[in-house]
Write a protein that binds this ligand. Structure first.
Ligand SMILES: NC(=O)c1ccc[n+]([C@@H]2O[C@H](COP(=O)([O-])OP(=O)(O)OC[C@H]3O[C@@H](n4cnc5c(N)ncnc54)[C@H](O)[C@@H]3O)[C@@H](O)[C@H]2O)c1
Length: 413
């Protein structure tokens, strides 16, 4: 069978996909692009050590764009996936983008319409959906084991302060410094929607103040963001994410009218299950370690999830129906993301509830086509909502000088 020829854009996180493509018998890595040459050199060293000498390395996107390839993985800046992605799709390339899906409601509409117009394969690399436990939760929920969902929690707690110099390089305008508290929301929302197949219909969001331990590293946003999201069956979920100090990094749970499923955080699933009426409060408890979707993938990154994004992307392009059902399409990717986009509007409006459109419906799109509200100045234009709503003011340049110094010296944050 003809292999899918793939290019990777962004060689930081993109190295995960480089490894997956190199290990995939149905894919061929043909080009890598990053404007930061040391990352390209690192990629070249690794590829050559694996015996691969036919990869072309580019520092400029425009040169990379002209390379002969079928598909591109976008692991560039998290707030720039849509403009680059649309250009690639218009040229007939299939794309998979890293997190996040889009930065604004305008981009959400544009992305969906570009996928519809071009007919290429779009896949969203939300790797947190594919760990063995979260996959088991999906299977069991869809089998009806806990009845109808009433409540869910998705938590992605990740205190990045120690690595902040290495992931922002002391750049004031790095997306990680400019993002709002609710921007990076798909690791917490995504798995819940993926498990249940439900849609978000309304969001009310909250954030903590901009805490000094992060402000002193160059970010002005609220340190922890939370969205309370009403789902299409009337259930609601709590999505909590990012930089708070924590004991346990994540929680995913589904509570239904016949039982509950929980990711216990140690590779096991907790199940409470009543078999039907008359069993109220006296169902069965179970706790076990489910096997991976494909045996042998347990050790891939992020709890086993990293393997599957590229795997299903490649096989979706080749027309495999199982991969197409399991890969995350553009509508589901937008659903995972826009509760965060609109969540920040909620915060700016004093935690007001905001309705979330279903952008599958063409007639719902026009209202959002020109909505650029977000915390990234270059994208928002005159609709900017600053990522600090607490009146803390500009961060002094000396903070960025110090972070840059630590990045160059390889020191932690
Ligand atoms: N799913 C996950 O678990 C996970 C983990 C880490 C990062 N990510 C995502 O991966 C993406 C990349 O993150 P990262 O950690 O590598 O940091 P990053 O966003 O700082 O890195 C992006 C890389 O792309 C390169 N780049 C950006 N624009 C370019 C351009 N126009 N031309 C050439 N090169 C360009 C940069 O030099 C940089 O090396 C982001 O979308 C991030 O959200 C996802």
């Amino acid at each position: 069978m003809k292999k899918v020829r793939i290019g990777v854009f962004g060689a930081g996180r993109g190295m995960t996909m480089v490894h997956e493509i190199i290990g995939d018998p149905l894919a061929e890595l043909v080009a890598v692009c990053d404007k930061y040459k040391p990352l390209l050199d690192n990629c070249r060293r690794e590829a050559e050590a694996a015996g691969l000498t036919n990869i072309t390395y580019y520092e400029r996107f425009d040169d990379f764009f002209n390379h002969d390839m079928d598909a591109v993985v976008l692991a560039n800046y998290a707030n720039e996936h849509v403009p680059f992605g649309i250009r690639l799709m218009e040229s007939g390339r299939h794309i998979m983008t890293e997190c996040l899906t889009c930065s604004t409601m305008k981009e959400a509409v544009e992305l969906i319409e570009a996928v519809e117009r071009t007919g290429v394969t779009y896949t969203y690399a939300e790797n947190y959906c594919y760990t063995p436990v979260r996959w088991e939760m999906r299977q069991r929920y869809r089998r009806g084991d806990i009845g109808e969902l009433m409540y869910a929690e998705g938590e992605y707690l990740h205190d990045c302060s120690s690595i902040w110099p290495q992931i922002t390089y002391g750049e004031r305008n790095h997306w990680r410094n400019l993002m709002s508290s609710t921007f990076y929301c798909t690791h917490s929302i995504g798995p819940i929607l993926y498990m249940t197949g439900l849609r978000p219909v309304q969001v009310t969001a909250y954030e903590t103040p901009n805490m000094p331990f992060m402000r002193n590293l160059g970010t002005g946003s609220g340190t922890l963001g939370m969205e309370v999201i009403t789902l299409s069956n009337g259930a609601f979920m709590k999505s909590l994410h990012f930089g708070i100090k924590h004991y346990r990094g994540s929680n995913y749970q589904l509570n239904g009218d016949l039982g509950a499923l929980q990711d216990m955080g140690d590779g096991t699933i907790g199940v409470y299950m009543e078999e039907g009426p008359g069993q109220n409060g006296c169902g069965k408890h179970e706790n076990y370690a489910p096997s991976a979707i494909i045996p042998g993938t347990e050790n891939s990154g992020h709890g086993g999830g990293d393997y599957f994004t590229t795997h299903y992307f490649v096989r979706s392009i080749l027309g495999d129906p199982v991969a197409r059902e399991r890969a995350i399409n553009v509508y589901d990717a937008v659903d995972m993301c826009i509760p965060g986009t609109l969540g920040y509007v909620s915060i700016a409006q004093g935690n007001a509830p905001i309705k979330i459109p279903n952008l599958r419906n063409k007639e719902e799109r026009d209202a959002w086509r020109n909505d650029t509200r977000c915390s990234f100045p270059a994208i928002a234009g005159d609709q900017l909502i600053p990522n600090n709503l607490w009146g803390d003011g500009e961060i002094d340049e000396s903070v960025f000088d110090e972070v840059r110094r630590r990045w160059e010296a390889g020191e932690p944050g």
